[in-house]
Write a protein that binds this ligand. Sequence first.
Ligand code: C2O
Ligand code: CU
Length: 580
Amino acid sequence: MSTGSLLVGDLLLTILAAGGWLGGGAAAAVRRRGLARGLAALGLLATLARAITIAALARAGWWFAAEKVLIAAPLSLVAVVVAGPRALRPPGDIRAVAVGLLFAGYATSAGLLVTVLHGYPASAGTGLLAVAGVVAATVVTWRALGARPPRAASRVAVAVVVVALVTGTGLTAAAGGRAPSAPHAHDHPVDRIAAEPTRLFTLTAATATVRVSGRDVAAWAFNGQVPGPELTATVGDVVQVTLRNRDIGRGVTLHWHGYDVPNGQDGVPGVTQAAVLPGEEFVYRFRAEQAGTYWYHTHSVSDVGVRRGLYGVLVVRPQPPTGLDLTVPVHTLAGLALPPARSEQVRAGAPVRLRLINTDSTTHRYALAGTAFRVAAIDGVDLRGPTPLADTAVLIPAGGRYDLVFDAPPTPVALLVDGRVVFSTGPVSTATGDWPLLDPLRYGVPVPVPWSRYDRRFTLVLDRGLDLRALVPRYAHTVNGAADRDIPPQVVRLGDVVRFTIVNRSQVVHPWHLHGHHVLVLSRDGEPAAGSPLWLDSFDVRPGEVWEVAFRADNPGVWANHCHNLAHADAGMTTHLMYS
Ligand code: C2O
Ligand code: CU
């Protein structure tokens, strides 16, 4: 069973257990004997079954099980000891076991709340708060049911609640307080290169009405079009882009996704520059040293901004293209799919390169029908020894790019995205839905990892949790139990070899994206990468997965390091890599 399904299974068992105990207690309180016994037995069974799921999760990695082992399991153990015998051999008056069963329900629910609201890491503070909640709820129930708790027991309970609340709250606050402050816009002079520009562009951001599949859509656009103009350069060019904002009230910037520019050109508002407000402009300049397929997008309120259309393609070629060299930036604008289908004649034998770009916030599936092809590059970086593929689909994470190359056959070919034809040279069978998926970790020819020791290691555990520190409390997407400004930055020194362990303990995919660097994939779920070196800037970490990646810290500054499901990034899942 995959760790992702174990996480789901354990969650379902917990809900069953809590429901069984609570329902059983309630039924006992109203003297429904049969129902009470049945539900309590369900609670007991589900609780015992969790011993298996929790142990399996702990084996998959401590990050998946920490709070379950340290908080939920002890609570469940007490619940079973207290309520188990009562459920199995209830006394003549079933009402006498109501408090015991409800206690078990509270204990199980407390464990569930810890998992759902906080998760990893488990802290003593959280544990104490859970205990306080269980004891308080039990005492209140006792009273409400008119049962007479022994005086001493009540006193002890009140004392436990008070101590747990005070120390628990204190410990929780202290844990948060330790986070070093997240970076702010730095006041270094912008590190723009002095060289004379050889490629000049102007991008003006403005609200616009654009036409998609015959419908008028209110968008935010660069130069009135979605996607914005395709920016192209040749290796060695000095690219200069003037960004103007006409009327986007929430500000605009340009981030060169996957292009490892100097920090001052990275376009992250509040970190590398201030957002460009209506009437203002900002000039970006960088040397085009990396060839490949990239894209640009606003990083100001990025979720809304990119979704509404503030993005475009950046392609840097080693030399002018021969044959057909086509970019395919896939995007969903107001529910409509871009680009529209395009069909073109290609001379047989001509080299074709399709540059697939996913500018949405979720994964897309691409299938090239009618020809064998190779994946020449991923995230702008050429692969080593890519072999021909046929009838194989590729998944591209949010923000990611794949370059597919082939020589045009005399017969037609078609490119499909999630089953929709976006490019074709004629009619082709488009039954590609059951094709296997390419695993990029096993494609191409490997070389040994260039490092044997790592100067810094960081672990990022991705999850959901309650963020009480935000202006309005929110159910945030979290990293190590905290949301954006409260997540300590990853501090490195220039020249360090840095290793990241990225763990997804949530139920959704998180496409991870580090700015300013490509990372080398070392392993996924403990299995070493066995294909061509994979230097990625965007990769999907699926539920239950653990990725190990590494890079050399060679581009000083403060860099966003975030989930590229931009709604997640805006809802807390943004951290920073910072050079000391
Ligand atoms: Cu394409 Cu910080 O993002
Ligand atoms: Cu995410």
